[in-house]
Design a protein around this ligand. Structure first.
Ligand code: FAD
Ligand code: UDP
Length: 399
């Protein structure tokens, strides 16, 4: 692999059999799989000045390894994805834990057996827990919206408490809407957990952090004789599409293009901009060993920010006397403002608009879209890797 800044003046697209736009998970996985799958030479074009997409991490001035675009915790149920990623990094056995700060008391989220006892007292908490076990069984994940539908006084008491103290205000801050107004799948990501597992991802078999960080994982994935990476290159300056063809640098391009950027941006948003939420991330380094007891504390009833992450608690890094924390403030994304479009807003009218953009590339058979931006999907890292692996397999088998 080589990483260059900018394209050389003699850049010749036809010297590459595959052009990948974006060096995040979607792009890097496709680049690696296609290079290994006898698909020829691969150029990866990335508009930022670094690889790894939103998973990018770096060591800050205090010597703390931080995640520039928000805390990333690897977790997956998918064996294939896990086997693939383990080729490029050793993973620590970090198990992510989140506490909700509810009027000053810290309670595990997902709300679980222990949280019930903290919220309702030892005896009443246990009683309510037994009711949950009767209704749903032990070690079960119950979405809050489902819990609210149960016609039982005790279950309603739990549902009301959790809805009000865990979901309502946090969701208003994160999405500007109440939990009932957004896609139920979003709430379903953080269920009530009927059990004692106090990890943020209960019962998920593979979780951890890449031992030397995400950026190194990406360096390893992209290190291949057939892959060249060019950062500080916005592919929109090079690409042109009509109904059936794609041109790169004004040459009709016959190789495969893997596009992982936003589709509305590719077309100058001429049908309108796809809506997103963005985050204002405020990093702060403190002169102390540790700030909070776990990786992330969610502020579910107070403050303007949604959560505070302390990176040393995620990575296990030892930096005596210093720690870096980060607060997340969510707001609507303004296209063209330089903000990062972080969260897709999964609403029918947005999906409709997305489909209209998607239809435009449907007949350009060598142009493939994959990833959280290009698919306009709320994906975790493992979901993107799975999607990129499936696409790569399809292309390799087709050639
Ligand atoms: P990206 O990582 O966004 O990569 C796309 C790349 O394409 C970017 O680098 C972009 O600069 C580049 N690009 C776009 N347009 C162009 C262009 N025109 N030319 C050149 N390059 C271009 N997932 C988890 O599993 N666990 C977590 O804990 C977790 N935490 C998260 C926290 C936050 C705050 C956010 C926002 C997401 C989190 N995720 C997490 C999700 C994770 O970030 C994504 O699933 C993953 O990074 C998506 O990879 P991607 O390649 O699709 O997109
Ligand atoms: N959520 C909440 N309170 C919490 C945690 C999550 O209301 O303490 C809701 C909120 O709407 C959030 C969604 O559940 O956007 C999904 O949470 P998750 O932690 O999966 O979001 P992400 O890590 O992707 O930001």
């Amino acid at each position: 692999m080589s990483i260059a800044s900018g394209l050389p003046s003699d850049f010749n697209p036809s010297a590459y059999d595959v052009i990948v736009v974006g060096a995040g998970y979607a792009g890097a996985v496709c680049a690696r799989m296609l290079a290994e799958g006898n698909s020829g030479r691969v150029a990866v074009l990335e508009k930022r000045d670094h690889i790894a997409g939103n998973a990018y991490d770096y060591v800050d001035e205090a010597g703390v390894l931080v995640h520039k675009y928000g805390p990333h915790i690897y977790h997956t149920n998918d064996e294939q994805v896990h086997q693939f990623l383990c080729r490029f990094a050793d993973f620590t056995d970090y198990q992510h834990k989140v506490l909700a700060n509810i009027h000053g008391t810290l309670m595990p989220v997902p709300f679980n057996h222990q949280s019930l006892k903290l919220a309702f007292g030892e005896e009443r908490g246990e009683e309510l827990y037994q009711k949950l076990v009767q209704a749903f069984g032990e070690n079960r994940r119950v979405p809050i919206l489902e819990l609210r539908e149960r016609n039982d006084e005790d279950l309603a008491e739990v549902a009301d408490y959790v809805y009000e103290n865990v979901f309502l205000h946090y969701t208003m801050k994160q999405w500007g809407k109440t939990p009932d107004q957004i896609d139920p799948a979003v709430m379903g990501r953080v269920p009530v957990f009927v059990g004692d597992d106090d990890r943020y991802f209960p019962q998920v078999p593979h979780q951890g952090m890449p031992a030397n960080g995400y950026t190194e994982l990406f360096e390893n994935m992209l290190r291949h004789d057939l892959i060249d990476v060019f950062v500080n290159v916005d592919a929109r300056d090079l690409l042109r599409l009509d109904e059936t063809n794609v041109w790169v640098c004004d040459q009709l391009y016959g190789g495969e293009i893997i596009y992982t950027g936003a589709l509305d941006e590719l077309f100058g948003m001429d049908l309108g901009a796809l809506p997103y939420r963005t985050l204002d991330m405020q990093f702060e380094t403190l002169d102390q060993d540790q700030f909070q007891p776990v990786g992330t504390v969610n502020y579910t009833v107070s403050e303007d920010f949604t959560r505070i992450t302390e990176f040393k608690n995620l990575t296990g890094q030892v930096v005596p006397g210093k720690t870096t924390i980060m607060r997340e403030y969510s707001k609507a994304y303004t296209p063209g403002s330089g903000e990062t479009p972080y969260y897709v807003i999964n609403e029918p009218q947005n999906i409709e608009l997305y489909k209209r953009y998607r239809d435009r590339v449907a007949n350009v058979l060598n142009f493939h879209v994959v990833g959280r931006l290009a698919e306009y999907r709320y994906y975790d890292m493992d979901g993107v890797v799975a999607s990129a692996m499936a696409l790569s397999d399809k292309i390799i088998n087709h050639r």
